[in-house]
Design a protein around this ligand. Structure first.
Ligand SMILES: Nc1ncnc2c1ncn2[C@@H]1O[C@H](COP(=O)(O)O)[C@@H](OP(=O)(O)O)[C@H]1O
Ligand SMILES: [Mg+2]
Length: 353
């Protein structure tokens, strides 16, 4: 049966929109003790937990049978020392879900003044992100704040949500509160949502629900050697940037790379802000997480691009919470991807010779 997942798309956009607004308002008020360091040494804030609660609430109200692979869990909120954190998250989540309905929203998604939740309910709803994924069936994957380090620096981050059915990403929605609306006006207004639906296309829409501007269809433009540039991570621990420099040299790229946190890189690629997103693994141990790539992958494909891992293999979203043996990422327009892959192989050979 073919479906366009229209109902899912509407809920996903509304959920990402509410969660994005929450994160943007949290940023200006973050205080001491509202950021924790996780076991893997990465930061997590009250914004991450609260955004996951809001998105999970809306998804599970609309689709009670669905499962969610979410980045966060509520363990840090359940302990006695997590009381302040818990109180703040409960406040933020209830403030967000009880806010008046906006255009296109419905009470059936658990929104509006009557839907405040208890702390217990909020911790339980965050923990509904504990699904392990897999190759069959349908589930969502959520990164409530992708690029938490960028978020904390006041730079790029994204609220990222995707629907995966039988290992294929069918829908991707990303909210980028700090990304300029227009490529040609980088210092102009900020905040956009990117939407991709398998077989239907990719679009940029306003982050602000009251902005009725039409969706902008996205197609990766054609690049030449002189206009091409790389999109890459800010964090040196996440991607091997010196390798990127060599690949750029082999490709004859003269433009400087654009460094930005999060899946805003996929959004930038889809609308032509940069021609290649290259993410080379730093060591051999790290397994990429599905929530860090699922919405970006469908966005790039629907904008006419190609995405593989750093060896040219397709990304497999049916292996569980990680991408398993898919190390790194190469995403680019159709006419560019093969050249980048070739340059990556050559640069690897140089390293080992
Ligand atoms: N050693 C590593 N290699 C690759 N990615 C890593 C990593 N350690 C953390 N990450 C991931 O990189 C993501 C940010 O990507 P980017 O570098 O493109 O901004 C993080 O998402 P979160 O910020 O949601 O934790 C995290 O999941
Ligand atoms: Mg992430």
């Amino acid at each position: 049966m073919s479906t366009t997942y229209e109902a899912e798309k509407q809920v996903a956009i509304a959920a990402v929109r509410r969660a994005s607004a929450l994160t943007a308002s949290v940023f200006n008020k973050l205080v001491k003790n509202e950021t924790l360091t996780k076991d893997d040494k990465s930061p997590v804030t009250v914004g991450d937990f609260s955004a996951q609660a809001v998105v999970n609430t809306m998804l599970l109200r609309a689709f009670p049978e669905d499962n969610i692979v979410g980045e966060e869990d509520a363990a840090d909120m359940r302990v006695e020392s997590g009381k302040l954190l818990r109180n703040r998250i409960v406040e933020l989540v209830n403030e967000t879900i009880t806010a008046p309905l906006q255009a296109g929203e419905t009470e059936a998604w658990g929104l509006g003044p009557d839907y405040a939740q208890t702390p217990e309910q909020i911790m339980d709803i965050i923990d509904r992100g504990n699904y392990n994924g897999g190759s069959t069936g349908r589930f969502w994957t959520l990164d409530p704040i992708d690029g938490t380090k960028g978020f904390l620096r006041g730079e790029q981050y994204a609220v990222c949500l995707a629907l995966i059915v039988d290992s294929q990403v069918q829908l991707g929605v990303m909210g980028c509160p700090n990304l300029p609306v227009s490529v040609s006006n980088p210092s102009g207004p900020r905040g956009c949502i990117f939407v991709a639906s398998r077989g239907q296309g990719a679009w940029q829409i306003p982050l602000d629900a009251s902005d009725s501007s039409a969706p902008i269809p996205l197609t990766i433009p054609t690049f030449t050697k002189d206009t091409l540039n790389l999109l890459e991570s800010v964090e040196k621990a996440h991607a091997k940037l010196s390798f990127n420099d060599r690949v750029a040299e082999l490709l004859g790229i003269t433009k400087a790379p654009t460094r930005m946190d999060s899946q805003a890189k996929y959004c930038s690629l889809a609308r032509g802000d940069g021609g290649v997103y290259l993410r080379m693994p730093v060591g051999s141990g790290y397994k990429e997480k599905i929530w860090d790539h699922a919405p970006g992958a469908v966005l790039v494909e629907e904008a006419g691009g190609v995405i593989t891992d750093s060896r040219g293999e397709p990304l497999n979203f049916g292996l569980g919470r990680t991408l398993g043996e898919n190390f790194g990422v190469i995403a680019a327009g159709k006419n560019v991807h093969a050249h980048v892959l070739e340059a990556v192989k050559k640069a690897k050979e140089e390293e080992t010779s």
